[in-house]
Design a binder for this molecule. Structure first.
Ligand code: ADP
Length: 357
């Protein structure tokens, strides 16, 4: 059974470059509600890529099942859209366990968390998305809950102050975060299994596009699937999103199958270029080049110039620019590389060029 206690993952009608300040909305996709997303893989076999992670988790799941114990607590970290939620749901299914989904930022009162923890069933999976955004005073209740399946909750004040000890059923906490560095060490240390999800390779994304096309009943050849893969910023969620935009386009244009020209035409409308960069990525690069002479510059200054949400820049824009070598993070701040200058057809400033050599 799946419970979604705060299903605020609303349908986002926007494309990747949405100007919204709400990180959740920006990174969510249409049809991507927790309970209903027919493109979401249901088994480890359907889940493409991340083979080392998959292998390690399936061993841990099978071993825990054999011992009839709850699985060790799991931490997934990495940029949005790479499969953290999907893997957690697959773990729950493979373990035949109940599953509860929570978003970290919505748990702002300790009593709420305690209420949820005390209602967990034996071996239930509690998934907390954006776990780094749980307030510290709430997070502290997770320490004994994770380690000893117990909560010490203070009640009353002054001379009436008491501590209530509550025993919990053995459960598994799966935390997902885009920012492992923001987790406190007592919390981080309590995860027995910790996995970094990295961007996907083109061949993996091609397979994801082909599988999703089959589910959506779309005709696509391998070359076209590869082209969508190349424009997906290494991210399955984006691959699926682009596929759906292209599906709309060919439907309106009365085309029977997806081909390179329909991909080019529809993605041009969406503002997605041949590298998969969207309008926000391009604005980021342009501001860095034009307003800050390529850097180094602090993220606060970039955020202010772009009038964009800082979390979106750090969690969504920068990881991919770093990955493709457009950006460097130095002790002095963010810095554009010569490859990024080439891409926007500009020459780097002279001193900048020398520093990068
Ligand atoms: P995250 O929790 O890391 O933000 P999700 O697990 O919600 O990402 O994945 C976003 C979407 O991308 C899923 O709904 C699913 O359709 C697709 N997806 C993610 N990882 C994979 C994968 N390895 N294989 C196939 N599809 C995937």
């Amino acid at each position: 059974m799946t419970k979604d206690l705060n299903n605020n993952k609303e349908e986002s009608k926007e494309i990747i470059f949405s100007q919204t300040n709400d990180l959740l909305n920006k990174n969510q996709d249409e049809n991507e509600s927790i309970n209903y997303n027919f493109l979401r893989p249901q088994t480890f076999d359907d889940f493409i890529g991340q083979s080392k992670v998959k292998q390690s988790i399936s061993i841990a799941v099978s071993a825990a099942k054999e011992r009839k114990e709850s699985l060790d607590h799991v931490l997934f970290y990495g940029p949005p859209g790479l499969g953290k939620t999907t893997l957690s749901q697959i773990i729950a299914k493979q373990s035949f366990a109940d599953y509860t989904h929570l978003a970290g930022p919505t748990i702002d009162r300790a009593a709420d968390l305690v209420g949820i923890l005390t209602h967990l069933k034996e071996n239930e999976i509690l998934f907390i998305d954006e776990i780094h955004r749980i307030p510290k005073k709430v997070e502290e209740y997770l320490y004994t809950a994770m380690e000893d399946y117990r909560i010490d909750f203070p009640t009353g004040t002054g001379s009436f102050a008491q501590t209530m000890n509550m025993k919990l059923e053995p459960f598994t906490l799966i935390g997902a975060t885009t920012r492992p560095g923001l987790l406190s060490s007592p919390l981080r240390d309590r995860f027995g299994l910790s996995y970094h999800l990295d961007f996907y390779e083109y061949n993996e994304l091609t397979e994801i596009v082909q599988n999703s096309s089959k589910i959506l009943n779309l005709q696509i050849d391998e070359q076209s699937a590869l082209e969508i893969a190349k424009r997906s910023r290494g991210t399955p969620r984006i691959a699926n999103r682009l596929l759906r935009r292209i599906r709309d386009y060919i439907q309106v244009k009365n085309k029977k199958k997806i081909d390179l020209s329909s991909i080019n035409e529809s993605l041009e409308i969406e503002g997605v270029d041949s590298l998969g960069l969207d309008r926000l990525d391009r604005s980021y690069i342009k501001i860095l080049a034009e307003n800050f002479r390529g850097g180094p510059v602090g993220i606060e200054a970039i955020t202010a110039s772009l009038n964009e949400d800082q979390l979106t820049l750090i969690d969504v824009v920068e990881p991919f620019l770093l990955k493709i070598g457009f950006l460097l993070r130095t002790a002095q701040g963010r810095k554009l590389t010569n490859i990024a200058y080439e891409q926007i057809g500009k020459n780097p400033p002279m001193n900048h060029q020398n520093e990068l050599i």
